[in-house]
Design a protein around this ligand. Structure first.
Ligand SMILES: Nc1ncnc2c1ncn2[C@@H]1O[C@H](COP(=O)(O)OP(=O)(O)OP(=O)(O)O)[C@@H](O)[C@H]1O
Length: 584
């Protein structure tokens, strides 16, 4: 998509989004249109009352007539203001509703996009799209079309009223304002490249800030605060330069339009005075003409403002569309997984990350349902990658990963991830109650099931200290959890979902020996009757498994029943144990 100017594609996309977002709130949108129309009609009628009032006063009209005219003038002014405020209120509510719907769509899309997309777009960047871009877009979605059409209508009505007042006023203003329209369209879209660069720079800065702020502890612990601040200074300098260019580009165009509207007022004053001196216009007519010319300034400034906002919104629209158009790298399948423990098969699987060498080469194993496999090997040999393939964060380059006989590429992702639980050492505690954190906001999960899972994992004594039980707030300003407790909470999350395959990736690395002891007895109960693949760095974890796969740098080194491998002095597993690669 071109980034220069506002093109037909942008307008088409805007109208499509407009229809999509406004269809569910058609009534409110029509009310907004009616209010804007009322505001315009009241604005056009107001100078007429002024004109008749002044002419009447100068021609000694009856007091009653003057009172009625004055009252009408005030009433139209008041009604016009009321319509403007009501339109503002209605416009904001239409904007918020359409904005919220769009935000929900983007969050849904974000949650579906694959790990690779998230790796390249940090949360700060995504936030800027979900909130910053949508806020800009929502504003113009509700009002731009109505405002531009309404202001053009106002312009036509005012020009007609000027023509009726005196043909010479019409002769001056119709061509003058007619010429202003090409000025508007000529300037429109010119500042797009600068605006786009400004938005992109802002997004990049937010992504950078989010990354650094989430690494606060590491930065402080390593004394890196001054380096981070210096880097921030450099980035802010670059950002300010780009943002200033965007701001300058945005004001160039409205300024030329403003100059035109000032000129038109001076011309009205001169022509009106001249005609008045020649007694061809009454004082009331001159005042009405000046009043109309003042009103006439509004359409230009409102249209330029709306079009300026529209330009910014088009930048946001392009970014939002790019995000919505992004298809997850992994195509969804259609097959569903049944209930019960799932057999797992790796069939000559080879995998490399983009741009890298093979991480897994020709890995094969078959794990019957209800059995547990321990995966061991040196750091970086691909253990977590094997787990990620099972959860279908990635697809193998060669071979197939099968669950219950289905190639994972053919499975519906929601079915796969509903039946497979992944517990890693990275546990995110979300702002919400303990219940929310354990059920991940699924209201259908019964409290008794949650309490039983807490008990199985040995968290009951901790749970009993919580002031509000399952309603205790966690995360944010709520109760904090130690890293070990957080890992146990992650295990409860998995337990509550009753998975047919459990993937554990160094999940017990942050537990003290006592908690680890408790966890392992809980784990035995949890894994009984379920299939599990466990990345193990400790002998105690290995004791939970039936089979062991030893991975080496150039592929699988060994695969077989744990007891056989451990008993065999020449086995790879025995060598790893002796070398301390697996901790006793
Ligand atoms: N998202 C990624 N993109 C590119 N390369 C990656 C990615 N994730 C991991 N790697 C690389 O793949 C290799 C295997 O990583 P993996 O995390 O699977 O190893 P591991 O055996 O689990 O290591 P550890 O025992 O340290 O957890 C490493 O060389 C790593 O640098």
């Amino acid at each position: 998509m071109s980034s220069v100017g506002v093109g037909a594609t942008d307008l088409k996309a805007y109208l499509l989004l407009l229809r999509e977002q406004l269809a569910p709130q058609r009534r409110r949108f029509l009310l907004l249109a009616a209010l804007l129309l009322a505001e315009i009609l009241l604005q056009v009628s107001q100078p007429q009352f002024l004109r008749y009032f002044v002419n009447g006063a100068l021609n000694r009209a009856a007091e009653g007539t003057l009172l009625v005219l004055g009252g009408c003038y005030l009433a139209t002014a008041l009604a016009g203001q009321t319509a403007a405020v009501a339109a503002q209120h209605c416009g904001v509510s239409v904007a918020w509703n359409s904005g919220d719907r769009l935000r929900a769509r983007l969050v849904d899309q974000c949650l579906r996009l694959d790990a690779d997309y998230h790796r390249r777009h940090p949360p700060g960047e995504l936030l800027d799209r979900i909130d910053g871009d949508v806020t800009k877009l929502a504003g113009v979605l509700s009002r731009t079309v109505l405002d531009v059409v309404g202001q053009l209508l106002l312009m036509i009505c005012v020009l007609a009223a000027l023509c009726v007042l005196d043909w010479r006023l019409g002769l001056l203003y119709v061509p003058l304002w007619g010429a202003s329209l090409p000025l508007l369209t000529r300037g429109f879209g010119r500042s797009m490249p600068e605006l786009e660069a400004g938005r992109q720079a802002g997004t990049g800065l937010l992504g950078w800030l989010e990354e650094r702020l989430s690494a606060t502890e590491d930065i402080r612990a390593n004394g890196a605060v001054p380096h981070v601040l210096r880097d921030l200074g450099d980035r802010l300098t670059a950002y300010t330069a780009t943002a200033a260019r965007a701001a300058r580009a945005a004001v160039r165009w409205p300024m030329s339009v403003q100059a035109l509207s000032q000129l038109s007022f001076v011309l009205a004053l001169s022509l009106g005075t001249w005609l008045h001196q020649r007694r061809e216009l009454s004082t009331g007519d001159v005042l009405a003409a000046l009043s109309y010319v003042t009103v006439l300034r509004q359409p230009l400034s409102r249209i330029t403002q709306q079009l300026g906002e529209f330009e910014e919104a088009v930048v946001s629209l392009r970014r939002v569309r790019r995000m919505l158009a992004r298809r997850p790298g992994l195509a969804d399948g259609t097959a569903e997984l049944g209930a019960g423990a799932l057999p797992v098969e790796f069939d000559h699987v080879t995998f490399a990350y983009p741009g890298g060498g093979n991480v897994l080469s020709d890995v094969s194993f078959l794990l019957p349902p209800g059995r547990q496999l321990g995966v061991v090997g040196r750091t970086g040999c691909g253990k977590s990658t094997l787990i990620r393939l099972l959860f279908r964060f990635h697809d193998p380059d060669k071979g197939a990963v099968r669950l219950a006989g289905h190639d994972t590429r053919t499975l519906r992702l929601t079915s796969l991830r509903g039946r497979v639980a992944l517990v890693t050492q990275e546990v995110h505690i979300l702002s919400g109650t303990l219940r929310d954190n354990l059920t991940l906001f699924d209201p259908s999960v019964d409290d008794r099931r949650v309490l039983r899972a807490l008990d199985e994992v040995g968290l009951t004594p901790w749970y009993e200290t919580l002031p509000e039980g399952l309603d205790t707030p966690l995360g944010g300003a709520g109760t904090g959890l130690s890293a070990g407790q957080a890992q146990l909470v992650a295990l409860v999350r998995a337990w509550v979902r009753d998975p047919g395959l459990v993937l554990l990736d160094e999940f017990s690395s942050r537990l003290d020996p006592h908690s680890e002891q408790l966890l392992h007895s809980a784990l035995r109960r949890f894994l009984s009757g379920r299939t599990a693949v466990i990345v193990a760095h400790r002998l105690q974890t290995l004791r939970e498994v039936d089979q062991v796969l030893v991975l080496g740098e150039s592929g699988p080194l060994e695969y077989g029943p744990r007891e056989d491998l451990m008993a065999h002095p020449e086995s790879e597993l025995g060598r790893l144990l002796r070398a301390g690669e697996v901790i006793w």
